[in-house]
Write a new protein. Structure first.
Lengths: 111, 115
């Protein structure tokens, strides 16, 4: 089935710096790639997604890029703030319309 | 804002006991998912419903787990008997399921601890 690899597993940045999380997927038929933010004890919250007909999408301080040829996509957070600290998951929609998730990146933004 | 409702938020049960979780998806969402998330890992699909029908339960341990969505709205996930290794967060999600690019929204989850 679909395999989603996510790196790094942990990331520590200083407030104001940028953070980048990268994912790769194996199923060339995947065409939908969401990113979720999960805070401690809560469910994953959708923060941004990208579809295969575009290469980049931006929403304020968050941007995602997609390279379908290379089968990888990335999350970019600029001007990081302490409230950005959380676990971030990438995912890819499989042929059965269910999401396959990466293992997550624990982001820590220090003041 | 519409959201996926789950209950209970927390559950502690002894091994070999039965436990059940409930999920009410966003109104109008035909597709409902149950995921299991072990601490420090990403969610993994257990079962997927389209309306009242099971679409994918290939990863559901059917000897002890069961799931139903009788009227195509809310859903129940049951474990009987519970084992220590079942301790995890159980997440429910829903989507309209109208295309391959529709968003899936998650509930707050049920944190299960088996002792």
């Amino acid at each position: 089935g679909e395999n989603v690899e996510q790196h790094p597993s942990t990331l520590s940045v200083q407030e104001g710096d940028s953070a980048v999380i990268k994912c790769t997927y194996s199923d060339s038929a995947s065409n939908y790639f969401p990113w979720y933010k999960q805070e401690l004890g809560k469910g994953p919250q959708l923060i941004i997604d990208i579809r295969s007909n575009v290469g980049e999408k931006k929403d304020q301080r968050i941007a995602v890029t997609l390279n379908k040829t290379a089968k990888h996509f990335s999350l970019h957070i600029t001007e990081t703030q302490p409230e950005d600290s959380a676990v971030y998951f990438c995912a890819a929609l499989n042929s059965g319309y269910a999401l396959n998730f990466g293992k997550g990146t624990s982001l820590l933004v220090t003041p | 804002e519409a959201e996926v409702a789950q209950s209970p938020r927390y559950k502690i049960t002894e091994k070999s006991q039965a436990v059940a979780f409930w999920c009410d998806p966003i109104s109008g969402h035909a597709t409902l998912y149950w995921y299991r998330q072990i601490l420090g890992q990403g969610p993994e699909l257990l079962v997927q419903f389209q309306d009242e029908s099971v679409v994918d339960d290939s990863q559901l341990p059917k000897d002890r787990f069961s799931a139903e969505r009788l009227k195509g709205v809310d859903s129940t996930l049951k474990i009987q008997p519970a084992e220590l290794g079942d301790s995890a967060m159980y997440l429910c999600a829903s989507s309209t399921g109208q295309s391959r690019t529709t968003e899936a929204f998650f509930g707050q989850g049920t944190r299960l601890t088996v002792v």
